[in-house]
Design a protein around this ligand. Structure first.
Ligand SMILES: Nc1nc2c(ncn2[C@@H]2O[C@H](COP(=O)(O)OP(=O)(O)O)[C@@H](O)[C@H]2O)c(=O)[nH]1
Ligand SMILES: [Mg+2]
Length: 326
């Protein structure tokens, strides 16, 4: 077990932008030990008033679309040209198995990972999507309190992770390849609808013209969607992380979006709604944890599971019986 400091040390460290203590506090958040969780919650509560000042950007796209390479190039751009301090987090409930997430390919983020104005943190291992989501939300708060004013949350685009990321960011960017076909890219209708911008990646070399026509195609497709409550019309652009082109347009799109939604109140409303959603999810998770930790549930779960398996009890009756124990 890692050494545990007092809450004061974590809080002061974070507020002073101490990266080591920030990292340690995130480890605390990710820990399953009840003592760690208790301390983590105290630290979060105390730094919370200092959070909320970053632009939170979600990035998704199928494996191979170029997320890691893009985040490296775009991250450096945002630091250099917008003067931001950037934290890069990931939501990847599979990272333990595949090693596929940000630090799995740290080589693609070599320059960003040594940039003193960047902080890169991989997805916590060995957690369910719900667990990863909770840790990442809390990590956003700590990073903001530590002075990071741009947060990128990457998702590997499996299962429900896009929805989870969408629910914790201000701006959602979908990366797509030209000519790969929607099915090939695993793009379910819902994901394009969540996007505030789409960037066609790898728009360089022989791929440049294909990327350009894909851009027009997707922009047309987006016009068919109903106008979002934000009043924002999603933008499609092309970029090349390799040649570092199109990054400025994407950053400009994000600033345009912020200007519009901060002006019309949508930004604040979305943050408030997300906050409530965090609360309800925390309640649901707390109830579930309490349930499974309950002594009588622990004692009877195996027996009742067997009864359901053998058809001696209906699933509904079994659930009801167990729920009554708590
Ligand atoms: N030509 C070109 N190749 C790229 C570009 N961005 C990424 N790639 C390549 O695409 C592959 C997948 O990139 P990666 O960033 O690992 O994708 P991820 O799985 O979405 O994180 C790698 O071989 C990259 O070198 C780009 O802008 N142009
Ligand atoms: Mg990657």
């Amino acid at each position: 077990m890692a050494k545990r400091f007092s809450a004061d040390i974590y809080v002061n460290g974070i507020l002073n932008g101490d990266r080591v203590l920030l990292s340690r506090a995130i480890t605390l958040i990710e820990s399953k030990l009840p003592q760690d969780q208790e301390l983590a919650q105290e630290v979060i509560a105390r730094v919370l008033p200092h959070s909320g000042n970053a632009v939170r950007i979600g990035i998704t796209g199928v494996p191979g679309v170029g997320k890691s390479t893009f985040i490296e190039a775009f991250g450096n751009y945002v630091i250099e040209h917008a003067g931001k301090k950037l934290a890069v987090l990931a939501i990847d409930p599979t990272s333990q198995r595949t090693g596929g997430s940000i630090l799995g390919d740290k080589t693609r983020m070599e320059s960003l990972s040594i940039n003193p104005k960047a902080f890169i943190r991989p997805s916590p291992a060995g957690k369910s999507l719900g667990g990863v989501t909770k840790s990442t939300r809390e990590t956003i708060i700590l990073c903001e309190a530590a002075g990071f004013d741009a947060i990128i949350v990457e998702t590997v685009g499996v299962g429900q992770s896009e929805t989870a990321v969408h629910a914790m960011v201000d701006f959602f960017l979908l990366l797509m390849l030209a000519g790969a076909g929607d099915e090939l890219q695993g793009i379910k209708r819902g994901i394009m609808e969540m996007a505030d911008a789409i960037a066609i990646t790898k728009a360089d070399g022989t791929n440049a013209s294909k990327a350009k026509s894909a851009r027009a195609e997707y922009q047309n497709a987006l016009h068919l969607y109903p106008m979002s409550a934000s009043g924002w019309l999603p933008k499609v652009s092309t970029c090349s992380a390799l040649q570092q082109t199109g990054l400025d347009i994407i950053w400009q799109t994000i600033t345009d979006y912020l200007q519009l939604t901060q002006g019309n109140g949508y930004f604040e409303k979305k943050r408030r709604d997300q906050n409530l959603q965090w609360m309800y999810e925390a309640i649901r998770q707390g109830l579930e944890e309490n349930f499974y930790a309950h002594q009588q549930v622990k004692q009877q779960l195996a027996t009742i599971t067997d009864q359901v398996k053998l058809g001696q009890k209906s699933a509904f009756a079994a659930a009801h019986e167990l729920l009554k124990l708590v």
